[in-house]
Design a protein. Structure first.
Length: 406
């Protein structure tokens, strides 16, 4: 290696250390979105390259820090999508997923050609749990460490941003997990990921693992720590928040929580939980929560995966109610029955659904909205008509006009 090359490498290493130290000092939570890669692995959620670019631009507008843009070695469509993002998606770091195989790193390098050097990276993964070592890879611990050393170092020659994640980390022995992280950092990893690959953790166990990683990896301060949780027990968001509480720097999520099996941690749910509980977490982040509901709707539209009515943040029932007591309270002050107002997340306003459980105040409000009489007799007549409707009937403006007319 020539003197100039050595000097350039030393300067680059100093810059990386400085950036990592800055992020750690700031205590900011960096949101990394994996909708376009891990989320798309959900059966039926396949996205065309043009769709991925639309979502990536919406993520950029929302202030996402980095985007897991695809897996170049697995699909030419992923390569096409990533190349379409280069030059268009300018603010987030674009990363590509790689196995711990040099050819995958080369494929990522080609896919991200043209992306500014400080906005391109790779994320390498390798199974480390006994299940993966023995049954999938047929490798010893020593062989696993050898693969990490060879491939993370190789990736560092091509990318300034290199993440290493031990696949099935949550079922890996803690001491071996830390050994893998320590080696990866020594070989140039700038981020170490902690993936709960099959979603087996609880918040308490997540905290235990994150503490063990921080205590058992001497060089942990030289890298950012990311958590990546799956929702098989319904704990993905809670586990991610537990990781944040223990000091994780990066959270890897998907919009609407889409992903394999029961999905991933939902980006919008983690974000709103942080935003509404600053007193608890005290961790700043730059994601614009007012963009969340439109982002959820866009991803639902393009993937064809519908939003459940009770989906936090963006489900159609989140700001809707049929219950008379709740309707009365919302009309007097929306905060009586809402944890946050619709505009907080960019959602449409409150929706009063008229049905068997509705009360007089909501009926009068809806009649007034239509410039219809809202005297006591009219409200009684309309309310009686509503309560006589069969199950599943929808009370719309046409019916209200009919019932309100003497």
């Amino acid at each position: 290696m020539g003197l100039f090359t050595q000097l350039k490498q030393k300067v680059g290493d100093a810059v990386k250390r400085s950036v990592i130290a800055h992020h750690r000092r700031s205590r900011a939570v960096l949101f990394s979105d994996t909708t376009l890669r891990d989320g798309e692995q959900m059966p039926g959620a396949t996205l065309e390259p043009e769709d991925k670019v639309r979502i990536a631009l919406a993520l950029e507008e929302a202030g996402i820090h980095s985007i897991d843009a695809g897996f170049p070695a697995s699909s030419e469509k992923d390569v096409e999508a990533i190349q379409m993002m280069v030059g268009k998606v300018k603010k987030p770091v674009l990363t590509a997923l790689c196995r711990t195989v040099k050819g995958d790193v080369d494929a990522a390098d080609r896919a991200l050609a043209g992306q500014p050097v400080h906005k391109r990276g790779v994320s390498l993964f390798l199974g480390t749990s006994p299940l993966h070592r023995e049954h999938k890879l047929n490798k010893t611990k020593a062989e696993i460490l050898g693969i990490i050393e060879e491939t993370v170092g190789y990736a560092g020659e091509k990318f300034p941003i290199v993440a290493f994640s031990p696949e099935d980390a949550s079922r890996t022995e803690k001491d071996f997990l830390c050994e893998c992280y320590e080696l990866a950092i020594a070989c140039g990893a700038t981020t170490i990921g902690f993936p709960d690959t099959v979603g087996v953790l609880t918040p308490e166990k997540t905290r235990d693992y994150v503490r063990a990683i921080q205590d058992g990896t001497p060089s942990v301060e030289k890298a950012l720590l990311a958590v990546h949780t799956h929702n098989d027990y319904g704990c993905a968001v809670a586990n991610t928040l537990a990781g944040i509480a223990e000091g994780a720097n990066v959270v890897q999520c998907t919009v609407n929580g889409i992903g394999e099996r029961a999905g991933n941690a939902s980006l919008e749910e983690v974000a709103i939980a942080l935003a509404m509980n600053e007193d608890q977490y005290g961790r700043p982040f730059k994601l614009d929560v007012s963009k969340l509901a439109p982002l959820c709707e866009l991803v639902s539209e393009l993937t064809g995966i519908p939003l459940p009515p009770n989906k936090p943040v963006a489900g159609r029932n989140v700001f809707a109610t049929e219950a008379g007591i709740h309707q009365d309270g919302l009309l007097k002050n929306p905060d009586t029955y809402l944890p946050f107002r619709p505009e907080k997340v960019g959602a449409d306003g409150i929706h009063l659904v008229l049905g068997r459980h509705s009360g007089r105040r909501a009926v009068a409000h809806e009649l007034g909205r239509l410039d219809l009489p809202s005297d006591d007799d009219t409200v009684t007549r309309v309310l009686d008509a509503i309560k006589s409707q069969p199950k599943g009937a929808v009370v719309d403006d046409i019916l209200l006009r009919t019932w309100a007319t003497p």
